[in-house]
Structure formats: structure tokens, C-alpha cells
Design a protein around this ligand. Structure first.
Ligand SMILES: [Zn+2]
Length: 333
């Protein structure tokens, strides 16, 4: 049996993913057929679990069997899965016997707003830990029946997405608690709030944040790490961080492209009319007298690789972002 480095295991799991998603869809089309089918059906959680089952099935059937398997996290640990050594004891508390952890999120492409959040703190993530995001929708089986189908996915190092999320959080005026200056006045050695996100109004964004930062009339401001929301920007500073991250980090670019591919309105709003015109002219499209929506449709039709052009764009005009964020500060409008 071949033992791999942790990053080798991460690469193995990422490489298996396209095959696993196909297997999930084959299984779903055969066994998960339903009449009706609604948003908020819990079907996303079932698809997330199927990733674990099918990955295990594959891992145990690889010829030169890798000595790994996927384990379900116990109790209320944040992550969904751990990749553990097949024949060794595993202790989730000490992480003995495990190689890395995997967080799996699902989003229904028909939902008006993606509700899934990735809000694990950077300090809790190892370099090899993975984030997997599934985008699924109801697919017609016949005239009366449907089954849940995974239409797209992202899998990559969780810490890279966490860093993108955190950089944009700070650019929006947010901050992170330092144990030496905790709003609860904790003894630095005993503070459990280190790294907890606070928004621009100093309200905590996770239930485990400082009690003194609890927003009025609610237990927390639960915006942190919204899978779509985290890449929205509402100020020139945030737009600049977004551009930098997209240009300098391949994983950030992949994630942004994944979200924009599945939520095309987000992509449209992310860039200004002038920027869309610039892309059109790079592609030598005739856009005389066309409206922005028509220009975008033409760009998407002409060149599936246009996101690499968006990535390289050096905008002269700041994107006009329509962000309904409650964090929006008057000074940034
Ligand atoms: Zn504290």
C-alpha cells in the first residue's frame, strides 16, 4: 500500500472528485427519484453524505489500495469528514490517526439566496484541509418525477478560501478579535475568542464570538462566510482586494469563477458596464448600441474563457456593486 504525504492525499481526493460526482448522480437518478421537489428539502445534506460513501467505495477499490478512508466527524465538530488511516485508531479530539479534514457545503441553484456558510476560523485550518462545495438542482426524470443532480462543484484548499474571505471581511471594515484585547476583557491566556470575526459595527459574526459584541436584538450577525456573499464587495478598498486576490491566487480565481458560473447575476453586478465593454473589445465583438445585458450575453456566447480576461482586467472605473449587506458603512457609499 502506498502511503502519501498529506498534500498527496489532498491531491488524491481532489483528483477523484469528478468521478465521485458522476457516481453520486448515477446513484441519485436511480434511487432518489421523487414527485415534487422543493428548496430546503434536506436533499443537499444527503448529497453531501453521498460524497463520503462514494469516495470510500472508490478508495477501497483502487488497485494499489491507498490506506485511507473517509470518516464522519463525531459530535458537533465543525468539519463534516476526516480522511483517516484505514487500519489505525482515530481520535478526533487529538487528530491522531487522521490526515486532513473536509468541509462539504451544498447550494441549490434554484434558491434565491445561497444560505450555506463557510465560517471556520483560519487558525483552525491545516494547509491540507479541503473545502468541497456542491451546486445541485432538481432534474427531470420523466414527465412527473425529479431527482437531485449535482451540476457543478468546487474542491480546493479550505485555507485559501478562508484567506480570501478574511481579506474581504477586513476590506469591508470588519476585524478579528485579538486575545490580548478581547471585548469581553478575557485574560489573554484564557480567551476563547481569538480570531473571531467582528463586523464593521463591532458586532460578532459567529455565536462563539465575545458576549460583549452580541448585536442588539439577535444572538449574532450570521453573515460571515456566506459562500456567495463573501466575495461581494461594496467599496473601492474591497474591490481592490478582490482584484488582487483573483489575480495573484489561482485557487481564489477558481472559487470566484465557480460562484460566478453558477450565479451569473453576481458576476454581472461585480463588474461595471465599462469593464464589460472592455472585455467585449478585447474579444473584438461588435457591441454598437447594445445594452450591458446584451453585451454580457454576447461575451458569454463568444468565449467560454472570458473569465481569464476578467481576471487580468485593470479597471479604471470602480465596479458598481449592488450589495445589500447590512454592514455597509455610510462612509463607503
Ligand atoms: Zn475573549
Amino acid at each position: 500500500m502506498t502511503e502519501l504525504t498529506p498534500s498527496g492525499v489532498a491531491a488524491l481526493l481532489r483528483g477523484l472528485c469528478p468521478f465521485i460526482i458522476k457516481q453520486i448522480n448515477i446513484f441519485s437518478e436511480e434511487f432518489l427519484i421523487t414527485r415534487g421537489g422543493r428548496i430546503g428539502s434536506g436533499m443537499g445534506s444527503l448529497l453531501e453524505a453521498l460524497w463520503g460513501y462514494h469516495t470510500n467505495k472508490r478508495l477501497s477499490s483502487i488497485e494499489d489500495a491507498h490506506p485511507y478512508e473517509i470518516a464522519w466527524m463525531v459530535d458537533h465538530d465543525y468539519n463534516d469528514f476526516a480522511c483517516v488511516h484505514r487500519d489505525r485508531p482515530w481520535n478526533p479530539a487529538t487528530k491522531e490517526g487522521e490526515v486532513l479534514r473536509i468541509e462539504v457545503k451544498s447550494m441549490n441553484s434554484g434558491a434565491e439566496e445561497a444560505k450555506a456558510h463557510f465560517d471556520e476560523l483560519v487558525g483552525k485550518l491545516r494547509d491540507e484541509d479541503l473545502l468541497l462545495v456542491l451546486v445541485w438542482g432538481w432534474e427531470s426524470k420523466d414527465e412527473l418525477r425529479f431527482y437531485p443532480k449535482v451540476n457543478d462543484f468546487f474542491i480546493g484548499p479550505a485555507i485559501k478560501i478562508a484567506r480570501l474571505r478574511d481579506a474581504l471581511h477586513v476590506a469591508r471594515g470588519g476585524s478579528f478579535v485579538k486575545g490580548t484585547a478581547c471585548p469581553d476583557g478575557c485574560d489573554p491566556a484564557a480567551c476563547t475568542h481569538e480570531g473571531e470575526p467582528l463586523n464593521a459595527r463591532n458586532s460578532r459574526e459567529r455565536g462563539s464570538g465575545p458576549t460583549a459584541s452580541k448585536p442588539p436584538n439577535s444572538s449574532l450577525a450570521a453573515n460571515f462566510g456566506g459562500l456567495v456573499r463573501m466575495i461581494k464587495t461594496n467599496s473601492p478598498a474591497a474591490a481592490s482586494v478582490f482584484r488582487d486576490s483573483r489575480q495573484t491566487d489561482e485557487i481564489a480565481h477558481d472559487y470566484i469563477s465557480f460562484i460566478h458560473r453558477n450565479f451569473p447575476k453576481e458576476e454581472k453586478n461585480r463588474y461595471s458596464a465599462a469593464e464589460w465593454r472592455e472585455i467585449a473589445s478585447l474579444l473584438e465583438l461588435d457591441i454598437d448600441k447594445l445594452k450591458t445585458d446584451q453585451i454580457i450575453a454576447k461575451i458569454r456566447d463568444k468565449d467560454p474563457g472570458y473569465r481569464d480576461l476578467l481576471r487580468g482586467l485593470e479597471p479604471q472605473i470602480e465596479p458598481a456593486q449592488d450589495d445589500p449587506s447590512p454592514e455597509k458603512q455610510p462612509s463607503q457609499t
